[in-house]
Design a protein. Structure first.
Length: 155
């Protein structure tokens, strides 16, 4: 049985969210927080520059300027504070449908973290994986004490 794990973290009233301790090691220094399709994406500055460079390399003129405007206006520099949190600007909270004082799902992919509204994450996972899998994103639904507060995917 393979298990992939994303952490359920509370979005604080002030728009801060804890970056799970196990994910922090690769996300030091200046970070870039930007919009994904239905989530937020946290990248190191180096990864963000690679990503942006790839997206902009084939564009010219008006198309380049419009893409830069949209991309740059929705990207914010953040750092993980001493308590392990990042601050999420209001515009990004609205984009990702995050609700202060409610749980969000923080997942790690190869080179980035994604922050999802937990209901949207469940829909996304069902869309991708079909109905063969169990999604345990609610503490009451967790099978064991260790799973509480975590999103657990069993295959």
């Amino acid at each position: 049985m393979a298990t992939r794990k994303g952490e359920l973290m509370t979005v604080e009233k002030k728009g801060r969210i804890m970056v799970p301790k196990e994910f922090r090691g690769n996300f030091l220094g200046k970070l870039m927080l930007t919009v994904g399709r239905e989530c937020l994406i946290l990248l190191t500055e180096e990864e963000w520059n690679k990503s942006v460079g790839g997206k902009l390399s084939g564009l010219t003129g008006l198309e380049l300027r419009r893409t830069e405007r949209v991309l740059l206006s929705s990207t914010f520099e953040v750092e993980i504070d001493n308590q392990g949190r990042i601050s999420i600007p209001d515009t990004l909270i609205r984009h990702a449908s995050l609700n202060p004082e409610e749980k969000a799902v923080v997942i790690k992919t190869n080179n980035r973290l994604e922050i999802w509204n937990k209901e949207k994450w469940a829909v996304e996972k069902r869309r991708r994986d079909g109905s063969r899998r169990c999604f345990c994103i609610d503490e009451e639904a967790a099978d064991t004490r260790e799973e509480k507060g975590s999103y657990i995917l069993r295959t």
